[in-house]
Design a protein around this ligand. Structure first.
Ligand SMILES: C[S@@+](CC[C@H](N)C(=O)[O-])C[C@H]1O[C@@H](n2cnc3c(N)ncnc32)[C@H](O)[C@@H]1O
Length: 271
């Protein structure tokens, strides 16, 4: 483990191997603009036996996130006969400690291997968007509308019951819904082959879409359980500062390689 001293806010950047509970204890209050993270799901995967203390992590996050800052918590339940509902319990705990459940979004997987013999194939996870007070940043992502061009549009229905219509130009784009769909696997989740040495990387586009939505350039984006470094890579590429922690040295090495390669691609090796 790297030794951690108390961090002045301006030095909070980079990738560190540590238990995030200990690391956050050395961070100042209210220094994070946005956290995008995904916890170990019900110990579904073996993270080398590391402990996961949800309540302490949630408490730490509430303290280090700024007023108006946002936490995006990407989580799925263990399905073993039925659903564990761990995600719901975590959502309620977040609310109890003061977070506002600003939205419950869906991460839909375009291609999913999780078949069930007696229920429909699971194709989604939750993305809890938790804010500390009212979110200070919201840059809504847009998508193309299906109908565009000019159309006769109803503008007034008078007492005679007749619909009056005007020729109007339809909008070419609209704000996206809160169900986001991503391809998973090589080329979908990421094209970085090294990322697949981690068992549970989430899609780069998912991290990027949240970063663009809930933060602005120059903001500090945090992932306390950063795994292969997806959130940090996308924060870097979108001109935010990043701070990533993982308890595993092996995963931090993967994250450092991905960040190094992203920096080389962007700066042509001048780092
Ligand atoms: C679901 S994975 C995150 C994957 C990541 N979003 C990515 O795209 O690669 C959860 C991570 O939490 C880490 N972890 C578990 N307990 C931790 C703790 N107490 N402190 C820091 N990291 C922890 C695990 O090592 C694992 O890499």
């Amino acid at each position: 483990m790297e030794s951690i001293a108390y961090f002045p806010a301006q030095d909070l950047e980079g990738l560190f191997t540590a238990d995030c509970v200990d690391f956050m204890a050395d961070m100042p209050d209210e220094c994070i603009d946005l956290a995008v993270t995904s916890p170990p799901y019900d110990n579904l995967r073996d993270y080398k036996g590391y402990s996961f203390e949800f309540e302490r992590i949630a408490d730490g996050l509430f303290r280090v996130i700024k007023e108006g800052g946002v936490l995006v918590w990407v989580v799925g339940d263990k399905i073993n006969g039925g659903r564990s509902l761990t995600s719901f319990r975590q959502g309620i705990y977040f609310q109890e400690i003061g977070f506002n459940m600003h939205d419950i979004m869906i991460y839909q997987k375009k291609n999913t291997p999780f078949m069930r013999s007696n229920a429909y194939t699971n194709a989604y996870e939750f993305m809890f968007v938790l804010s500390k007070g009212k979110p200070k940043a919201f840059n809504p992502l847009k998508e193309k509308t299906v109908r565009n061009g000019f159309e006769m549009v109803v503008f007034n229905k008078g007492t005679d019951g007749v619909n009056r219509k005007n020729l109007k130009e339809l909008k070419t784009e609209k704000t996206k819904t809160n169900i986001w769909k991503y391809a998973v696997g090589l080329g979908g989740t990421t094209s970085d082959r090294i990322a697949f040495k981690h068992p549970a990387t989430f899609p780069e586009k998912l991290a990027l879409d949240h970063i663009l939505s809930w933060s602005n350039e120059g903001d500090l984006v945090f992932d306390p359980m950063c795994g292969s470094g997806t959130t940090c890579k996308m924060a870097f590429l979108s001109k935010r500062k990043y701070l990533g922690i993982d308890i595993s040295q092996e995963y931090i090495n993967i994250a450092k390689t991905r960040l190094f390669e992203a920096q080389q691609d962007l700066w042509g090796g001048q780092i």
